[in-house]
Design a protein around this ligand. Structure first.
Ligand SMILES: NC(=O)c1ccc[n+]([C@@H]2O[C@H](COP(=O)([O-])OP(=O)(O)OC[C@H]3O[C@@H](n4cnc5c(N)ncnc54)[C@H](OP(=O)(O)O)[C@@H]3O)[C@@H](O)[C@H]2O)c1
Length: 245
């Protein structure tokens, strides 16, 4: 497919949900995909399913060393990196008053530090080659604030602000790096598994069951952003179920 074929695309959080669906979609379009996550068995299965255009690397986004090794592996395997899809994330929601500080730190480490680690690992390549594309998965929760998800929402606002500043810097520096923030609404994935059992969790599960969309919908949005001509930057894409406010 035009704009996708032979691009080397590194995807974090590729072992399930949005990352997995996107890897399949991009590979169908002729891209070479490098799959990253912690569950190696899932990555291996997906890479086998995709075939020669896939490679995988067990890695934790909260480790800067893992992210450097991931990018090095992608370069060694396919010769270059064209796109980073920084998608890994967790959502163990709770009210602040519950003081689930371990969950707060986990969201900061994965949803913020993890995104920064992956960008830091790929940026020297993109700067040197004066081209590249960074996509980050934020959330509808990154466009507003809702009770029960304060820290998660904060991490998703962070990626929006950070990437928006970076986009302007890249324009100033003439490095030609495109950026896209994707803001999904309710998508049926494994994301809710990280919420502790509670009435709120049951409510969220019911809502997802009723209106949630398949992850393929977000894969289409990523495909759209990447496949645009080099002089087109699709900066922000909010994609939510028509029945989600
Ligand atoms: N589903 C939704 O409704 C929704 C809505 C808005 C935004 N999002 C965002 O979409 C992104 C993908 O989530 P999803 O919905 O597809 O859920 P998912 O199926 O649970 O996928 C999350 C992915 O992140 C990976 N991951 C988690 N912690 C990691 C770590 N420390 N290092 C490396 N990989 C890690 C997981 O792999 P391993 O466990 O194998 O490491 C998995 O591949 C997240 O950023 C999420 O916040 C989802």
């Amino acid at each position: 497919m035009k704009g996708i074929e032979n691009k080397v695309i590194v995807i974090t959080g590729a072992s399930s949900g949005i990352g997995e669906a996107t890897a399949k979609k991009l590979a169908e379009g002729g891209a070479k995909v490098v799959l990253s996550a912690r569950r190696e068995d899932r990555l291996k299965k997906l890479a086998l399913e995709i075939g020669d255009n896939a490679a995988y690397f067990k890695s934790d986004v909260s480790s800067a060393e893992d992210m450097k090794a991931l990018i090095a592996m992608a370069k060694e395997k396919f010769g270059r990196v064209d796109v980073l899809f920084a998608n890994a994330g967790v959502m163990p929601g709770s009210n602040m008053s519950e003081l689930k500080t371990r969950d707060w730190m986990s969201m900061v480490n994965i949803n913020i530090v993890g995104v920064l680690n992956s960008i830091a690992a790929v940026l020297p390549e993109f700067t040197a080659q004066k081209s590249g594309h960074i996509l980050v998965t934020s959330s509808v929760a990154g466009t507003k604030s809702v009770p029960g998800n304060a820290v998660y929402s904060g991490t998703k606002h962070f990626v929006r602000a950070m990437l928006d500043s970076f986009r302007a810097e890249s324009v100033m520096e003439g490095t030609n790096i495109r950026t896209t923030v994707i803001y999904p609404g309710a998508i049926k994935t494994e994301l809710l598994n990280t919420i502790a059992p509670s009435e709120t969790k049951k409510m969220v599960e019911r809502f997802y069951e009723e209106v949630g969309m398949e992850p393929d919908v977000i894969a289409n949005a990523v495909l759209y952003a990447i496949s645009q001509p080099d002089n087109v930057d699709v900066s922000d894409l909010i994609v939510r179920p028509s029945r989600e406010s």
